[in-house]
Design a protein around this ligand. Structure first.
Ligand SMILES: NC(=O)CC[C@H](N)C(=O)O
Length: 375
């Protein structure tokens, strides 16, 4: 017998459906992702720590899951919401069903709710705190716990997902990834050495750096500028990561100590932290950008690219210091999607050039970093 699950929001709405994951109860910020595929990459993207993710695409799980298409060692989101979990998995790479995978990793998940009604609510009122449960099915107590849950603002979630130890990274991109002319030389001792500050990094980022011919050392997001400089890297990469960037003050401090000393490239949380280090402010967006078809314009070339995104905070345009120049804009809502420093070799984007999942339009940014390192 399938067991009942409920999703309650802080505004009092309760959605009753069927459990497709582990038994239990979780709270988190309820948000939505508009990608049609890539659920496995979404589940394992550490940036979703603290969030209950709703997929707007109505059928999820069609191609099952495999051990290769992961962006970290395990799922990091708090809960998962779909309209329908496909009973059929059709893919030669499939190793298990999505439902089995969710149970194996203790992720609470729900299907058979009206995800369109839920997303319309989130879109008009903004992302909300929620509780997803298979254990307590009392509406009033679930709503009360949603209201009492901590939410994302002001919490440092990087500490929950960042590694504790430094490590070398050598894995290249999977053979399924088309590089479109990105490949440089293979990595040897003369290869540029990139120190990647890991705030919850998606693995496709260091894979890209390796394919470009870089030697990659991953450092915990809590590393100091002195830790980074002790490696004498040729470039520094700032990773994506979960939650509110402003409480991650130690990373802002580290970046201040590196600015102007080493070429810097940041993605998503890394972009927000670089901007904070330069004196900008960030703000919480109404419902954020999460999906694989987000249009962005590169103002330095005029070109439009279709991007993969996952962010709920953004850099405040009104707070931009004179040192920072906007390089990329969202064509959906004109928010900042990229910046570069006017005098120091440092730039960053709010979206995900490593794709995974998503279009490959933005690979050129890894090339820009490569050229910055070489100069
Ligand atoms: N993918 C990310 O790095 C997300 C950055 C940040 N946690 C946000 O939601 O805006």
């Amino acid at each position: 017998m399938p067991s009942t699950a409920k999703l309650a929001l802080e505004d009092g709405a309760v959605f009753t459906g069927v459990s497709i994951g582990a038994d239990g109860e979780v709270d988190g910020e309820v948000c939505f992702n508009t990608s049609m595929t890539g659920y496995q990459e979404i589940l394992t993207d550490p940036s979703y720590c603290g969030q209950i993710v709703t997929m707007t695409y109505p059928q999820i799980g069609n191609y099952g899951v495999n051990a290769e298409d992961v962006e970290s060692e395990k799922p990091h989101l708090r809960g998962f919401v779909v309209r329908e979990h496909s009973r059929i998995q059709s893919n030669f790479r499939c190793e298990s069903s999505l439902s089995e995978y969710l149970k194996q990793h203790n992720i609470v998940a729900i299907e058979s709710i009206d995800t369109r009604a839920l997303v319309r609510r989130l879109r008009s009122q903004g992302s909300m705190r929620g509780v997803l449960s298979t254990t307590d099915l009392d509406d009033a107590s679930l709503v009360a716990r949603a209201k009492a849950s901590p939410g994302l603002v002001g919490r440092d979630l990087v500490r929950e997902v960042a590694p504790q130890q430094a490590a070398a990274w050598s894995e290249p991109l999977s053979t399924w990834t088309r590089l479109d002319g990105l490949q440089h030389s293979s990595a040897d001792d003369s290869a540029p050495h990139v120190a990647a500050l890991d705030f919850g990094m998606k693995w496709n980022i260091p894979r890209h750096l390796v394919n470009m011919g870089c030697r990659v050392t991953i450092l915990p997001g809590s590393a100091t500028a002195a830790d980074v400089l002790a490696l004498n890297p040729d470039g520094v990469f700032l990773s994506n990561g979960p939650g509110d960037p402003e409480p991650v003050a130690y990373a802002v401090e580290t970046i201040r100590g590196l600015l102007g000393k080493k070429p810097i490239f940041g993605i998503c949380l890394g972009h927000q932290l670089l901007s904070l280090a330069c004196g900008a402010k960030t703000f919480k967006m109404k419902f954020g950008h999460r999906g694989a078809n987000q249009p962005v314009q590169d103002l330095t070339t005029g070109k439009v690219e279709i991007t993969s995104q996952n962010h709920g905070f953004a850099v405040d345009a009104d707070s931009l210091p004179a040192d920072l120049e906007v390089t990329h804009l969202s064509l959906n809502d004109q928010t900042i999607e990229g910046v570069q420093h006017r005098s120091a070799p440092a730039f960053s984007v709010q979206y995900h050039p490593e794709a995974s999942a998503g279009p490959h339009d933005s690979h050129y940014l890894f090339d820009r970093f490569w050229r910055m390192i070489k100069n």
